[in-house]
Design a protein around this ligand. Structure first.
Ligand SMILES: [Zn+2]
Length: 108
């Protein structure tokens, strides 16, 4: 349910409530409606914050995507398969195996 729908419902209830003649019931209902309006304001703020977080997340996602191109390679010493950032994966580069610590020289 969208926040707009909640707002419309609260307004409808407000109009219905105005028809009630019993003062104490009216007071209670009016209190409930004002609580609902406050909840609505809080939800509205939360929803704004969520969209900001959402935007931040997609920015992080985008930067992560461009930064994480990896090449797979196999250690000549222990056979362990591991990943090397594409930027480091260049002919003649020395890469340390994360498993055995052996030096692997990339040959393209
Ligand atoms: Zn190794």
């Amino acid at each position: 349910m969208a926040l707009e729908d909640i707002r419309v419902d609260v307004e409808k209830l407000q109009k219905e409530m105005e028809k009630i003649e019993d003062g104490s019931i009216k007071a209670v209902l009016s209190g409930i409606l004002s609580v609902l309006r406050k909840v609505d304001v809080v939800l509205d703020e939360l929803s704004d914050q969520i969209s900001v977080i959402d935007e931040d997340l997609s920015e992080i996602e985008d930067s992560y995507r461009t930064d994480t191109e990896f090449m797979s390679m196999k250690c000549v010493h222990c056979g362990e398969e591991f990943f090397v950032a594409a930027d480091d994966y260049q002919d003649g580069n020395e890469v340390i195996c994360p498993n055995c610590g052996g030096v692997n020289i990339i040959r393209l």
